[in-house]
Design a protein around this ligand. Structure first.
Ligand SMILES: NC(=O)c1ccc[n+]([C@@H]2O[C@H](COP(=O)([O-])OP(=O)(O)OC[C@H]3O[C@@H](n4cnc5c(N)ncnc54)[C@H](O)[C@@H]3O)[C@@H](O)[C@H]2O)c1
Ligand SMILES: [Zn+2]
Length: 357
């Protein structure tokens, strides 16, 4: 059954549609209405058939242009940003025209940032096609590109006009990418959504074999959780921080491997183990709950080993984290399963112990 959600406040509200075959005339036509031209931005890892279907739906009402970037994190560059802006200007795009991003978080992030800045903002639609982008990056209004000083250092908060999530698009996604996206789903269960936690416990087999109904349900529950949080805190001044559960350590692990060895979700799974262990060592959760969390991560076959990471090696990355405010490291810990909190008062020795297997 198709599902719908709304995120964003007042004028910036947008609808998110989730279904097996969401890329349809019915869902796209209302978003195309009033736009004479549309630029589809995608990358060469996204199946061309999927892009073609969108072009065909747009064609009768809208003049369609395409830019296909080379896949990979490097696509979120200043050079590509400039290239796309120049393309829009060359084709005389004006403020009534549209950007449509079709792909994973990389394509979504750069497309959103282009849309936020061209003519001080033109509308854009997200068609996320990886699990990570379907449950995370397409919702929440964060857009970004990378500069040499770091990832996502340049960007804007800019909500899309609509998000279309076709779960069947996941069929072509490499299994490793799919599983990495599941780490974010587990994150929502751990920080806020107990129902999602039980779904994940009960239906691992169906989820891992991508059974449609249950995939649609976990995507819906994930976005519902994220949408509630980001709608309350659009600019990350408060509650939104809990979305970073496991991320201080996950980011350190990714940076330590120079972003080559490990996918984001794989690092986050390890990071969530560390943050849960610290929560246990700090007496915020009991041993039974800690074990339940580890069991869930293991049920989804995440590699949780930490032996290759020494505290001293990760420390500089941990303390460089964006979450440091006024010189204090804020950690997202759990008070219980499905209840996260942010704290800067914890024993540093527990942080060190948390990093041990
Ligand atoms: N804006 C946010 O709130 C937010 C949140 C989380 C992550 N991000 C960003 O998202 C990016 C990661 O996104 P990602 O994990 O989706 O990676 P990605 O966009 O690099 O996609 C992963 C790979 O899958 C391919 N692909 C996409 N759809 C496919 C499909 N249906 N079938 C087969 N292959 C397909 C892509 O071509 C790419 O090679 C990072 O840059 C990260 O910073 C942003
Ligand atoms: Zn993440």
């Amino acid at each position: 059954m198709a599902k719908e959600l709304v995120a964003g406040q007042r004028k910036n509200k947008y609808k998110i549609v989730i279904s097996k075959d969401a890329i349809s005339e019915k869902n796209l036509a209302p978003l195309l209405h009033g736009h004479n031209k549309a630029l589809i931005i995608s990358d060469d890892g996204v199946p061309p058939k999927l892009i073609k279907r969108i072009v065909e739906i747009c064609k009768p009402s809208t003049k369609v242009f395409k830019i296909i970037l080379q896949h990979g994190e490097k696509a979120k560059s200043i050079q590509n940003f400039k290239k796309i802006l120049n393309f829009l200007a060359d084709k005389n795009f004006d403020r009534t025209d549209l950007v449509v991003s079709v792909g994973g978080g990389v394509v979504g992030d750069i497309s959103g940032y282009v849309a936020s800045s061209y003519l001080r903002g033109i509308e854009f639609v997200q068609v996320p096609t990886t699990l990570l982008s379907q449950v995370d990056s397409s919702v929440g209004g964060k857009t970004a590109i990378n500069i040499s000083a770091g990832k996502n250092l340049v960007g804007a908060f800019y909500n899309p006009k609509g998000v279309i999530i076709e779960t069947a698009a996941l069929k072509t996604l490499p299994n490793r990418e799919f599983k990495a996206g599941l780490a974010e789903v587990i994150k929502y269960a751990l920080i806020k959504n107990n129902y999602l936690f039980s779904l994940l416990e009960t239906h691992a087999k169906k989820i891992l074999s991508m059974e449609h109904n249950v995939i649609e349900e976990i995507i819906y529950r994930s976005i519902q959780t994220k949408a509630k949080i980001v709608t309350k805190d659009e600019r990350e001044n408060g509650i939104r921080a809990i979305l970073n559960f496991g991320h201080t350590f996950g980011h350190a692990i990714e940076a330590h491997g120079k972003y080559k060895k490990i996918l984001h979700g794989e690092a986050i799974a390890k990071g969530m183990k560390i943050a849960s262990k610290i929560s246990y060592l700090e007496n915020c959760i009991n041993e039974k709950d800690y074990k339940k969390i580890i069991d869930l991560l293991e049920l989804y076959k995440f590699d949780l080993s930490l032996d290759q990471y020494k505290y001293q090696e990760l420390k500089p990355y941990i303390f460089r984290d964006k979450k440091i405010k006024a010189g204090r490291l804020n950690l997202v810990l759990l008070n219980k399963i499905s209840k996260a909190m942010v704290t800067s008062s914890f024993d540093l020795r527990n942080l060190q112990k948390g990093l041990k297997d």
